[in-house]
Design a protein around this ligand. Structure first.
Ligand code: PLP
Ligand code: LYS
Length: 415
């Protein structure tokens, strides 16, 4: 699908020219396509047809309430890492019985909040967390549904900051420790074992790490079975990559087929936790060129978006394609595309061939995941607006107003 494509020489979001969005909402702003979000979700969901499954969207990728609401309506579950994310999911109409709660540092308060809401499963990441959860659940007269997140020591072949399933990473319990901790869990009075969980990293563009991790998980499932511990679900995490530049990540259908081929003889319900693959290419960051500056060795295009709006280039040296919204009238040359923040690391792209004039609009592509969600107020810059496009309509999706509109008459927002 061509979510963002040129029509009559101007880049559009669905059928809305980006210059119209800039005029109506000002720049910088994030622009999301409802059709692209829907299609991405469905591509995973339909690939599981005939198999008991749950696609739990990883909220951290983009916790925008309109996006959560859309996925909830499509039947998604949610993967959380904080009590704040749980509040958002509930405010957006998500079903707590489809929620899994990951994260290495869950606080007592967060445990209470999740037990109160009645979530599907805690993905427990340490023995200490298991013992604490048992205590908290007991004090509430409840039983906590649990999977252990195991660390399979598989190399996901991605950026080291976003690898999570290697021995040296802080995530999950050590593979060889898992049987002992499951035995402990089976003896705790307020813990109810539901499944097993594994998430090896993010922006993974090959299938082999997923297949290797699943093999290791299945070995453990068999071992547990022999020990008399039966699991109801397997949560295989997220991590499927997207195309930013020239990557060739597996399409959802191929990824799911690879998993299901190994799971054909297994009775378990399958859970996955994709984040980036559902939202990454459904969003862009729209920005305006404020100034062109020709330095001694480089040309700078100084735009009104910055590292506080999109941290990925500064943080991971990540590549985001940068497209002119309209063909430029300037001379085509190499530009450093940089923001107004007072750091030399404040760049959105290096050495980009662009024909620019001041006032031109640029689209920073593939910014739907880990864009707004990692933004900050650094340099006392306000957080930018987020705009949802639906066909030829656009609407501002600023938190409170947006939820109020979505749930008018249906649900009262917490103060
Ligand atoms: C536990 C867990 N699940 C799911 C995800 C989502 O990852 P991605 O956005 O790469 O699909 C993450 C982030 O890496 C995670 O830590
Ligand atoms: N923030 C990372 C992904 C982190 C995945 C979360 N465990 C990125 O922008 O690529």
């Amino acid at each position: 699908m061509n979510t963002f494509q040129p029509i009559s020489g101007e880049l559009h979001a669905e059928s809305v020219p980006l210059s119209r969005i800039a005029r109506e909402y000002a720049t910088p702003c994030y622009v999301y396509s409802r059709a692209a979000l829907t299609e991405a979700y469905r591509s995973f969901d339909t690939a599981f047809a005939g198999r008991e499954h749950l696609v739990c969207y990883a909220v951290k990728a983009n916790p925008n309430l309109a996006i959560l609401n859309l996925f909830a309506r499509l039947g998604a579950g949610f993967d959380l890492v904080s009590g704040g994310e749980l509040q958002r999911v509930l405010a957006a109409g998500g079903d707590p019985r489809k929620v899994v709660f990951s994260g290495v540092g869950k606080s007592e308060n967060e445990m209470r909040q999740a037990l109160e809401a009645g979530i599907l499963c805690f993905n427990v990441e340490s023995e200490g967390e298991l013992l604490r959860l048992n205590q908290v659940a007991g004090s509430m007269g409840k039983s906590a549904p649990v999977s252990l997140r195991v660390n399979p020591d598989v190399d996901p072949k991605t950026h080291p900051y976003i690898s999570t399933g290697l021995k040296g990473n802080k995530f999950g319990v050590a593979y060889d420790d898992a049987p002992r901790i499951y035995r402990l869990a089976s003896e705790l009075p307020h813990i109810s074992i539901q499944g097993i969980d594994c998430h090896i990293g993010s922006q993974i563009t090959e299938l082999s790490p997923f297949a290797d991790a699943l093999d290791k998980v299945l070995e453990l499932v068999d071992r547990l079975e022999r020990d008399g511990i039966t699991l109801h679900h397997l949560d295989l995490g997220g991590g499927v990559g997207i195309r930013y530049q020239d990557e060739t990540p597996p399409p959802a259908a191929e990824y799911v087929r690879t998993l299901l081929d190994k799971l054909a003889a297994r009775p378990h319900k399958i859970i996955i936790e994709p984040g980036r693959a559902l939202v990454g290419n459904a969003g862009l960051l729209l920005t305006k060129v404020e100034y062109l500056k020709h330095g001694e060795s480089k040309n700078f295009a100084i735009v009104d978006a910055a590292m506080n709006d999109l941290a990925r280039p500064a943080l991971y040296d990540a590549f985001h394609d940068i497209q002119a919204v309209r063909p430029g009238a300037g001379v085509q040359q190499s530009y450093e595309v940089v923001g107004p923040v007072c750091e030399s690391g404040d760049f959105l792209g290096h050495d980009r061939q662009l024909a620019l004039e001041e006032g031109d609009l640029l689209a920073i592509m593939s910014a739907g995941a880990y864009g707004m969600s990692m933004s900050s107020n650094y340099n006392t810059r306000p957080r930018v607006a987020e705009v949802m496009v639906d066909g030829d309509k656009t609407y501002l999706v600023r938190e409170r107003e947006q939820v109020a509109a979505l749930f008018a008459g249906e649900r009262k927002l917490p103060d």
